[in-house]
Design a protein around this ligand. Structure first.
Ligand code: PLP
Length: 915
């Protein structure tokens, strides 16, 4: 931590550090800088235009030394300031016709401040018209003229009297002057907008403004703080337009690159005695600054203005060179513009080319690409450039006026190489230096146009958005192929550096056309943090990250926002996203539906769940075939074949994460079909877990009681049958909210039909079927804690089943729960790692709610509503959503996989002689 980062600007220090832009320069000479390690850089920022002669120009130091030699005093107000008088006389002689007076200040913003006060006191009017996207400084008056809301917000700016019009639009200026000229003191403009992104106005604009000001009796201030004193090839930029303003502000270059100084030059029309007696500043007009100003003017004008001529000619060469480079990469370079040594390169990207599948495209959209390119140019090419302050998509190229043609050529060539990487979407190449990675050869596919769906804006079309995030670091190269040359560790470092730099973004869009004729447009919004990163953040920051994404989705028109993966976990199932201003869902209800359906499918494919009775499983109870019956009491159609039911009613099912929303509902839905339910909670909080698990078990028992009250019969040996038997059907009224279910839970626990535990390694080996739905990022299910021949449905993302199970336990079936085929199998606009048209069930729920235009909070918190679950199931069926082919370890589980698994299980059966 350096002193500057610690004591001066920690926030900027962090940002610069993340991009390796935090060099400490120890020496500067001409156009060159050297850092602490002795590396040399070519400087093309020139302190935002304040270094006309580069670093440490000898002529300026000589002027300073001459003061020392002569012992001329510097601060002698009030008196007749000799040096100030000489500099003012010189400026008046060089300035456009009519300029007669000079007022001194210590910086650009103070010069603007003085100019604003001057015109107000002179005219007796407060009105000032400035332009959008302008930059005039950051003290309150100047900031009020600066056309950037972001800089004004929170500072009480603009102060009274300020209005803005569009730069370059004479009609807009005319309209406001026609209406309110009697309130307006002056119009303030830059001859070329600098921080706005090097914007050159249309030809004749400045002259038109002058004419309008004349017509309405309004003064004209030209702010030449950046564009003046040689930067555009003439001493004053307005000379090139043949325009004479009433007031000119200058600063930057006047100080010769060493001393801060500003000045206001003005004509008789702006002169005011009151101003002269009421405005002052201790340091203004000091000897040091004024002698330096004189030396700077001498340097700028010597040899018949050779330096200005050089800027004009070499600037044209630099502009033409950069424009030629820009023309080579039209889909990433939007414009190259400017005049003299004031040039801007505007970068962007066509989002339909590689925009959404590349981090570079995302950064371009968020206007954070220019700092990254500046970092590449600095660290790899040794060239300093910087983005403009308002126009964040523009890289400014503002060399010291002494920069040579050869130096300009070097910069042109460096831009060519940099933009070539950008045009290819080669993120790894452009950010590799941040991780100390040398250039690695890459073969990147040619950009393919993937045209995204657009909203129709019609009222019969549903609107949804779904929030996603990279599950882990492996997702980055899946999204941005160029990152595949980096190791996971390098990608980890990269994401840490980009922490806070990347905002949520839209990764893809899609249109769903359901079988019942309804349609919905949806967008996938990425929260740019992995599961581990979201978990490591403090809670408020994580919720804020999700909120930003949901705000983006809402502002773009979504009416229902689905919280994918950890965006749901960190907001506690959406509960902590207070007042998001849009309906939200976790998608958990439909995840439950699809999980249960996946389990039925797996069971029916497998034949039996009990190939062996080893590992301490209870002896089999009854094997009678259960009657075909609906899964619940809510009128849903039967979902379970008698064959599947028969296999389930002899099984033990463990739910890992049973206190969570999904685990709880899956446990409840399955309870009626099975013999034994093992509810497993979080071992890090055993007491809390037991309390919550008891509640979940109570809910399950209550559901069984409901079924019983409705006259459903349970298959012999199942939990339901045991409950009825043990109580002789004497159960509380399930609708009685005050009923206590705990005694029945305990009874079922004693009978061995229910297990409530946090000891996963003890009880998991007893389960025929395991469902995991936790927010743990760890491997909870391992080759060591699974029963022989068990089936696992892993709903957790990141998964809870160790990858080692795949190799070490060929007897075990692991399915990734919750993958659904979307009707019509549409392109979802980006790659989830599935085939086209497949989606997670939680996404499908969001789509279903969008298609149904049911814009209300759904599946929030931990207690999912059974009615909603069933409504979604029937809605899905009507609209044509269905369970996708089962997948295992992120791959489809095909015919051959089933055959191999069945054969393996058969051989175990034979070997053990089990049933
Ligand atoms: N006006 C213009 C046109 C500028 O470009 C700037 C600075 O970039 C200012 C005013 C403010 O000058 P300073 O930063 O010296 O306060």
């Amino acid at each position: 931590m350096t002193q500057w980062k610690q004591y001066v600007n920690p926030a900027l220090g962090e940002l610069l550090g993340a991009l390796n832009l935090d060099k400490r320069f120890v020496r500067g000479e001409g156009t060159r800088l050297w850092d602490e390690e002795g590396r040399e850089y070519l400087d093309f920022i020139a302190a935002y235009g304040a270094l006309p002669f580069g670093f440490n120009p000898p002529a300026i130091w000589s002027a300073i030394q001459a003061i020392q030699t002569s012992a001329e005093p510097s601060f002698v107000q009030p008196s007749d300031l000799r040096a100030a008088g000489e500099l003012a006389e010189r400026l008046v002689a060089l300035a456009p016709e009519g300029i007669k007076y000079v007022w001194f200040a210590n910086s650009g913003t103070e010069a603007v401040e003085a100019a604003l006060k001057l015109v107000r006191i002179k005219t007796g009017k407060l009105g000032i018209i400035s332009t959008h996207n302008s930059f005039h400084g950051k003290t309150l008056g100047a900031l009020s003229a600066t056309g950037n809301d972001g800089y004004q917000k929170g500072f009480g700016a603009p102060i009274a009297g300020f209005n803005r019009v569009t730069y370059g639009d004479l009609g807009a200026l005319e309209a406001i002057l026609d209406e309110r000229a009697d309130e307006i003191a002056a119009v303030i403009l830059e001859p070329i907008q600098g921080e706005g992104g090097i914007i050159v106005p249309p030809a004749g604009y400045l002259a038109g403004v002058r004419e309008l000001c004349n017509k309405h009796g309004v003064l004209l201030i030209l702010d030449e703080i950046q564009a003046g004193l040689g930067r555009t090839g003439t001493l004053f930029a307005c000379e090139q337009e043949g325009v004479i303003p009433d007031v000119i502000t200058i600063a930057k270059a006047l100080g010769g690159g060493i001393v801060p100084v500003g000045a206001v030059l003005y004509n008789e029309a702006a002169y005011s005695e009151t101003f002269a007696t009421k405005h002052s500043s201790t340091f203004a007009g000091n000897t040091l600054a004024c002698r330096v100003g004189l030396a700077s003017l001498t340097e700028l004008t010597k040899e018949g203005g050779a330096l200005l001529q050089h800027v004009s000619e070499t600037g044209a060469h630099l502009l033409a060179g950069l424009q030629a480079v820009g023309a080579k990469y039209p889909h990433v370079v939007k414009a190259v513009r400017g005049r003299g040594y004031m040039i801007g390169v505007e970068v962007g990207c066509d989002m339909n080319t590689w925009g959404r599948t590349s981090l570079l495209g995302v950064m371009a959209e968020q206007e954070s690409l220019t700092p990254v390119l500046s970092s590449y140019l600095l660290n790899v090419e040794g060239i300093r450039v910087a983005p403009t302050l308002n126009g964040a998509a523009v890289i400014r190229i503002e060399p010291p006026l002494i920069a040579t043609k050869a130096e300009c050529d070097r910069v042109i060539a460096a831009f060519d190489r940099t933009l070539a990487h950008l045009a290819k979407g080669n993120t790894a190449e452009l950010v590799g230096h941040l991780m100390g990675v040398e250039s690695r050869p890459q073969i990147l596919p040619a950009p393919t146009r993937r045209v995204q769906a657009e909203p129709t804006g019609e009222s019969n079309e549903g609107r949804f958005a779904f929030l996603v995030h990279p599950v882990d670091l492996r997702n980055y190269p899946e999204m941005d192929q160029s990152l595949s040359v980096l190791s996971l560790e390098e990608i980890g470092t990269l994401t840490e550096r980009f922490y806070g730099l990347l905002e949520p973004f839209v990764a893809g869009s899609t249109r769903i056309a359901a079988e019942d004729g309804s349609t919905a447009y949806g967008e996938f919004v990425v929260v740019p943090y992995t599961a581990d990163q979201l978990m490591a953040m403090n809670h408020a920051d994580a919720v804020e990250a999700v909120r930003k994404a949901s705000d983006l989705a809402r502002d773009r028109g979504a009416q229902i926002v689905g919280l994918g993966a950890y965006t749901s976990v960190v907001t506690r199932g959406g509960l902590h996203l207070r007042n998001p201003g849009v309906a939200i869902t976790t998608g958990n209800s439909y995840t439950v539906v699809s999980a249960v359906e996946s389990i039925y499918k797996a069971v029916s494919e497998l034949g039996t769940l009990r190939p062996a009775t080893s590992c301490g499983a209870k002896p089999a109870l009854s094997s009678e075939v259960a009657a075909l019956r609906p899964t619940t009491s809510c009128g849903a159609k039967p979902a379970l074949s008698s064959e599947v039911a028969a296999r389930l009613d002899r099984s033990s099912i463990a739910v890992v994460g049973a206190t969570g929303a999904i685990g709880r509902s899956v446990a409840m839905l399955l309870a009626e079909q099975i013999e034994r339910l093992i509810l497993i909670g979080n071992p890090s909080r055993p007491e809390m877990s037991r309390k919550r698990l008891l509640k979940v078990a109570g809910d399950a028992v209550r559901l069984l009681a409901t079924l019983n009250a409705e006259g459903k019969s349970f298959a012999p040996g199942t939990i339901g049958a045991a409950l009825v038997e043990a109580t002789r059907g004497n159960l509380p009224d399930p609708h009685d909210e005050s009923a206590d279910w705990a005694p029945f839970v305990l009874q079922l626990e004693t009978l061995g039909h229910l297990v409530i535990t946090t000891e996963i390694d003890t009880y998991l080996p007893q389960a025929d079927l395991v469902v995991t739905a936790t927010s743990s990022t760890e491997d909870l299910v391992t080759p060591q804690n699974l029963k022989m021949g068990a089936a696992v449905c892993d709903l957790s993302r990141p998964p809870n089943v160790s990858r080692a199970v795949k190799e070490a336990r060929p007897d075990v079936l692991v399915i990734d729960g919750g993958v659904v085929a979307v009707p019509g199998r549409p392109d979802l606009g980006w790659n989830f790692g599935f085939e086209q048209g497949l989606a997670y069930a939680c996404m499908a729920e969001t789509m279903l709610l969008g298609l149904s235009q049911r814009y209300e909070d759904t599946s929030i918190g931990t207690d999912l509503n059974l009615e909603t679950i069933l409504w979604l199931r029937s809605q899905a069926e009507r609209m044509g959503f269905e369970l996708a082919q089962l997948r295992s370890f992120d791959r489809p589980f095909g015919r051959e996989d089933w055959e191999r698994l069945r054969a393996h299980r058969q051989s175990i059966l034979q070997a053990t002689g089990a049933d």
